[in-house]
Structures are given as structure tokens and as C-alpha cells.
Design a protein around this ligand. Structure first.
Ligand SMILES: *Cc1c(COP(=O)(O)O)cnc(C)c1O
Length: 427
């Protein structure tokens, strides 16, 4: 019988050549390794630079140099409405209506702004539920919001511990926690894809459970956007936040994203921290003293946006529009499935995949535990880096490998496996 997963670069290249979605790798700058390119699996941390990004940034620089203040009002890419250039594409990407999304600020800043409106604790209902082991910034944000309102994070920040091996959560455990704490819950804040384990969640179901308990529901999609297919509007979540420098490839510290469900679009009762760019655009420049929010997510904007910071996002969204999330996700399933199959077939003695096996419960990332523990894990990680295979390291013994379907290939995946086998031979 022939090996279905031969350790053969020619085979991996044949898979790439035959793939229904040809790689868009040529649209990106891939860091060099020796005479070739890196196998770069760190798009979950900082996505590669689209080749189109430079032209978008230069367009802004040129416009600024030639038109100065007039650049706000001239041409299709005028700065007054620059953020609108992205609304349709962003909405498609996350399954929302254009009015429900906006690119602004950074992720953590947006999380705080959203909590100003959607975390309204009372003495009876002061608590926020998040997952234990959440991304530190999210934890700092919710903890400081609880304290800001005069409540006590030691009792009112509820961190649900994983109930499954490898740090995973069953829906039953999430449902039980929401039911148990329901009467005290003001907000459930949940990730689309958990950054440590790569587990993806049924966001509509979590939202349904939160609402049923009388709480609001917010989502952190930092690791989900551009990775899984999202249906934010239908999920019914109250708000969502995400960043654009991971799978969205828009550069370090890129301007982030924010979703506010349509049912809150014109709710003037909601408290919010206001700024002039959130003011009704038709009367903004009357410069009146009273804040009249513009309808939808844009009403939460504070400042006129950093146009230079937004420019790369245009180049990135062009690529997502060209391919579409369904085709991209289908390719992602093939690439990550290939990685998993190769690990199972050839590396099971030294590596253990912690990420769920069910494709619906993960994005592209596999979180891989090195069975030999911390020291061996560090050694393998160093060996991979020295050989041009870039993953990232999570203490104490996990390597995250995230094949990004826009630019990673079956060949990249096989390079990870071959390098790991070569390292095993040194043991
Ligand atoms: C990447 C990430 C962040 C980063 O926050 P910034 O405000 O963009 O620096 C926050 N939360 C999660 C879950 C993340 O994955």
C-alpha cells in the first residue's frame, strides 16, 4: 500500500499545483531564509505584508504632499470618508451589514469603548464571564472595567476553567456556567478562536445562552477574523472587536475593527464615550456643542482616523474580496488537515495536537504540545527557526503553527514536518 502522506517535497508541490485555490503567496513579501523563503506560520501573530500595501500607503503620502488639507475632500479616496472604502469588504469578511462595522482605534481600545456602552453593571448584575487563560489584554480590560464601576474583580470577574483535556471547553460547560451565574451576569465576553488552543466556538449559541440569562454578549475575534467564516449579524452578538495585523495582514499595530449589532444602531440611550468622528457626518462640521451620534458602528468613532494606518488594510481586503472567505476557508481546511495528518502519521511519538480534531471547532492554527516537555520544546522551536520554519512559542511546551491559506502552502507544511523529523533524529 502506498503511504497517503509521503514525506516527499514533490508530492507536497503536486498538492499545491492541484489545489482548487491557487496560492496567493506571490501577492506577499515572504521573509527570506538562505536562498529561499521562510515557511512562515506566524500569521496568527503578524500577517505578512501584501505587496499592494506599499502603493496604498504611497497614495496617501502623495495625496498629502500634493493636496494637503484639500485631500480630505478630493477624489474617491478622500480622507473624510476614507473608512467607508472598507465598510463593504469588512462587512463581507465578518458576515455583517456595512453599517454594523467600522475600522478604528486598536483592539483593546475598542473593547473598552464597547464596554462603556454594553457593560452596565448593577448591584444585582455586576459580573463578566470570560474564559480562564484569556488573552492578558482582554483580562486587564474587563478587570479594570469592573473596578472602574466600583465592583470587585475577585468576585465579579468569572473565569471559566476548561473542562476538557488540553485546555478546551465543551459547550455544555459554557452553558452550565452561564446558567449558574446567569442572574449575576452583565456581560459574556468570548473569543471566536481561543488564541492559546486554537479552539473555535459556536458564537450564535453562546450569544443565545448569554441573552437567555439576561446578559449581553461581546466577542473578541482577534484570532477568528480572516480565519474562520463569521456570521456576526446572525450570531446576534451585541458587539465584537478584532485586530487587523494577524490574519488580516495589515501591518504592525494596524487600525482595528469593531462591530455593533444593528439593533443598537440608533439607540441614543446607550452611554458612550463620544468624539467628533462619531457625530452625524452631515452636521459634524457645524461644530455644534451637542453630540448627535451617527447611526451604526461609526457612531462609536472618536477621532478622524489615521489614514496612513488604514491604507494597508485596503490592500489586504482586496485580496480577501478576490478569493472570498468560503474558498479561503476550504483551502484552510485542506492545509491544516494535511498538517494534522502528517503529524499523526509521522510525529505522534513526540508531538501532541491540543487543538480540537473537528474542523468546525478550529481555525487554521494547530497548538502542538511537545511531549518531551519544556526543554525539548525550546530546542525543537530553536531548531525549526534555524531552518527557516517559523512558528511561535507558548509556555510551557506549546508550539503554535498556523498555516494561513492566503500564503502558506502544502510545501510549507511539509517543511515543518521534515525539519521536526530531522530534529528528532538528533535526540
Ligand atoms: C492579539 C490580541 C490582542 C491584542 O490587543 P491589541 O489591543 O491589538 O494590542 C488582544 N486580545 C486578543 C484575544 C488577541 O488575540
Amino acid at each position: 500500500m502506498t503511504d497517503p502522506y509521503p514525506l516527499d517535497l514533490a508530492h507536497a508541490r503536486a498538492l499545491d499545483a492541484a489545489d482548487p485555490l491557487p496560492t496567493l503567496r506571490a501577492e506577499f513579501h515572504v521573509p527570506r531564509h538562505g536562498d529561499g523563503e521562510q515557511a512562515y506560520f506566524v500569521g496568527n501573530s503578524l500577517g505578512l505584508q501584501p505587496r499592494g500595501a506599499r502603493a496604498q500607503v504611497e497614495d496617501v503620502l502623495d495625496k498629502w504632499s500634493m493636496e494637503a488639507v484639500e485631500g480630505h475632500f478630493r477624489g474617491n479616496s478622500q480622507w473624510m470618508s476614507y473608512h467607508h472604502l472598507m465598510s463593504e469588504s469588512l462587512a463581507r469578511l465578518v458576515g455583517a451589514r456595512p453599517q454594523e462595522v467600522v475600522a478604528m482605534n486598536s483592539l483593546t481600545a475598542n473593547l473598552h469603548l464597547m464596554m462603556v456602552s454594553f457593560y452596565r453593571p448593577t448591584a444585582e448584575r455586576p459580573a463578566i464571564l470570560i474564559e480562564a487563560g484569556s488573552f492578558p489584554s482582554d483580562r486587564y480590560a474587563v478587570e479594570s472595567q469592573i473596578a472602574f464601576h466600583g465592583f470587585d474583580p475577585t468576585t465579579d470577574l468569572i473565569e471559566l476553567a476548561p473542562d476538557q483535556p488540553g485546555g478546551l471547553f465543551s459547550m455544555e460547560a459554557i452553558g452550565r456556567a452561564i446558567a449558574e451565574h446567569g442572574p449575576r451576569l452583565a456581560l459574556v465576553l468570548w473569543p471566536g478562536v481561543q488564541y492559546r488552543t486554537g479552539q473555535a466556538f459556536d458564537l450564535a449559541e453562546i450569544t443565545r445562552l448569554a441573552h437567555q440569562a439576561g446578559a449581553l454578549c461581546g466577542l473578541d475575534l482577534a484570532h477568528a477574523v480572516g480565519n474562520t467564516e463569521l456570521a456576526l449579524h446572525d450570531s446576534n452578538a451585541d458587539f465584537a472587536v478584532w485586530c487587523h495585523y494577524k490574519y488580516l495582514n495589515s501591518g504592525p499595530g494596524a487600525v482595528a475593527g469593531c462591530f455593533v449589532h444593528e439593533r443598537h444602531a440608533d439607540n441614543r440611550e446607550l452611554p458612550r464615550f463620544a468624539g467628533w468622528w462619531g457625530h452625524d457626518a452631515s452636521t459634524r462640521f457645524q461644530m455644534g456643542p451637542d453630540f448627535v451620534p451617527t447611526s451604526g458602528a461609526e457612531g462609536w468613532q472618536l477621532s478622524n482616523p489615521p489614514i496612513l494606518g488604514l491604507a494597508p488594510l485596503r490592500a489586504s481586503l482586496d485580496l480577501f474580496d478576490r478569493v472570498g472567505m468560503p474558498a479561503l476557508r476550504a483551502k484552510s481546511l485542506r492545509l491544516t488537515g494535511y498538517l494534522e495528518a502528517l503529524i499523526d502519521a509521522h510525529l505522534g511519538d513526540i508531538l501532541e495536537v491540543l487543538t480540537p480534531k473537528t474542523p468546525a471547532q478550529r481555525g487554521c492554527q494547530l497548538s502542538i504540545r511537545v511531549r518531551g516537555g519544556h526543554e525539548q520544546g525550546r530546542e525543537l522551536f530553536g531548531y525549526l527557526s534555524d531552518n527557516g520554519v517559523l512558528g511561535d512559542w507558548r509556555e510551557p511546551d506549546v508550539i503554535r503553527i498556523s498555516p494561513a491559506p492566503l500564503y502558506n502552502t502544502h510545501e510549507d507544511v511539509l517543511r515543518f514536518v521534515l525539519a521536526t523529523l530531522a530534529w528528532r533524529d538528533t535526540l
